[in-house]
Design a protein around this ligand. Structure first.
Ligand code: CMC
Length: 431
């Protein structure tokens, strides 16, 4: 972080404060208000953190107006075209693109951590047979703290490293087993001769009675979905992980908290909600009705897969995802998929509508990822678990970065209290 030597002057009442302005390497300047309460006796108020930087980070940068997403400086479209998920994981975790030797070592490490402690099978079996995979993931990832005690001492950098590797390596096994359990099929164990994406597909779709042949185009599309969701700076779930971790909680508990936050339909749950919405629309002729509902202030309905807190131009991940959707649908011969027809027409209708243009609402990554996942054979209940799997490396990288920061303090927001002021307790017979 560069001190800019600039200050902002804040005057209120009889006070005038000079607040330092910090200059980032990219993005808007930041006014440092950390001493505001001590010096001025006031708080700032920013529900939803729309104007608040909560941490210093070197991992991911988004320029929402330009539609730009950079991981450690590298644009997401270049990473999606030229790199692959595990290389991007290395980049996010360690800050540089790996040499061939570093990459090989990292891939070997991740591959050899993919198995789960066999007793964890009992956790899966404890869930109701129709439990949503997302519910299983929150529970099982939190339960990892009961199995991997040798990587929960957050003061030890080596243990932090091992926890990071375990989480990235085991998450596909956990997500695949959550799926298998929810459809009543036996668990398929990981195979070390397969790459990360192929291994996940096989653990989801192989059965003991029949081996699953991984199509390289589908494996590439799966890898791209992982890559495009790998990190997204200080979004709600990442901020949740950071807040949980700021108290010193163990890594598995922190990542379980991130998964819980991701679950909601305004965040990671949007891909599932989007496909359900496309199915509900059903046919192209019903699109105007749903667009009208999205625009109606008295109707809570929103077009799922549209809009973003930060992207006010286009979501660069959606552009790549759209290409992948075309490739996958070509391969699987489902060009006539009615859901895709509705998606394409809805996109065109919304983009041509002044309401969406004025509010800068563009299709986001979830608009297309759901279509690809459905074409691959995943039920909608697996969409958000796959997002969680992909985002694990982002959470883990941000968690590691925060713990290495000597300025780390427990996160503790303040509030604008509007409740009752001091009053005396009234005995029940007198109320
Ligand atoms: N459909 C219709 N109107 C919308 C939509 C939408 N999808 N999104 C925002 N608006 C309107 C909203 O009604 C508001 O109008 P007004 O100013 O008249 O009150 C205006 O646009 C601004 O909306 P906001 O809720 O203040 O914007 P936000 O930045 O707080 O919300 C969002 C961002 C993503 C939660 C929101 O756009 C939304 O709910 N989208 C649908 C859910 C979705 O696709 N989420 C996935 C996000 S990308 C994946 C991820 O990062 O998790």
């Amino acid at each position: 972080m560069a001190d800019s030597n600039k200050t902002a002057t804040l005057s209120f009442g009889d006070k005038t404060l000079e607040l330092p302005i910090l200059s980032p390497t990219a993005g808007p300047d930041v006014i440092d208000i950390s001493k505001l309460y001590g010096q001025g006796g006031v708080f700032t108020h920013d529900p939803g953190f729309t104007s608040t930087s909560a941490c210093e980070s070197t991992i991911t940068y988004i320029d929402g107006d330009k539609g730009e997403l950079l991981h450690r400086g590298y644009p997401i479209d270049q990473l999606a075209a030229k790199s692959h998920y595990l290389e991007v994981c290395f980049l996010l975790l360690y800050g540089h693109l790996p040499t061939a030797a570093e990459l090989e070592k990292f891939e070997t490490t991740i591959t050899h951590h993919t198995m789960l402690h066999e007793q964890m099978v009992n956790f899966f079996r404890g869930f109701r047979r129709d439990a949503p995979p997302m519910a299983i993931m929150v529970g099982v990832v939190g339960a990892m703290s009961a199995f991997y005690h040798d990587s929960t001492d957050i003061s030890d950098p080596r243990q932090r490293e091992i926890a990071s590797h375990r989480l990235i390596a085991k998450m596909p096994t956990i997500a695949a087993w959550a799926f298998k359990y929810s459809v009543g099929q036996p668990f398929v164990y990981p195979r070390n001769d397969l790459d990360y994406a192929s291994n996940f597909l096989r653990m989801c779709f192989a059965v003991p009675a029949e081996e699953y042949q991984v199509d390289p185009i589908l494996a590439r599309a799966m890898d791209r979905i992982f890559t495009l969701h790998a990190d997204h700076e200080q979004n709600a779930s990442t901020s949740t992980v950071r807040l949980a971790s700021s108290s010193g909680a163990n890594p598995f508990a922190c990542i379980a908290a991130g998964i819980a936050c991701l679950w909601g339909p305004s965040h990671g749950g949007a891909n599932q909600a989007c496909l359900e919405m496309l199915r509900e629309i059903g046919t192209v002729d019903r699109i105007p009705e749903f667009i009208a509902r999205a625009k109606d202030k008295n109707d809570p309905f929103r077009l799922m897969g549209f809009g973003h807190r930060v992207y006010k131009n286009f979501d660069p991940r959606a552009t790549v995802m759209k290409q992948s959707a075309d490739e996958v649908l070509d391969l699987l011969g489902v060009e006539d998929n009615p859901t895709l027809q509705v998606a394409k027409e809805l996109e065109a209708a919304a983009l041509a509508d002044p309401y969406f243009a004025e509010k800068k609402l563009f299709p986001n990554v979830d608009f297309y990822s759901g279509i690809i996942l459905e074409a691959m054979g995943f039920p909608t209940s697996m969409f958000t678990p796959i997002f969680a799997l992909s985002r694990t490396v982002g959470w883990v990288s941000q968690w590691k970065e925060q713990l290495a920061d000597p300025a780390l303090k427990i996160g503790r927001p303040r509030q604008l209290y509007t409740g009752a002021t001091l009053r005396d307790y009234v005995d029940v017979e007198d109320r």
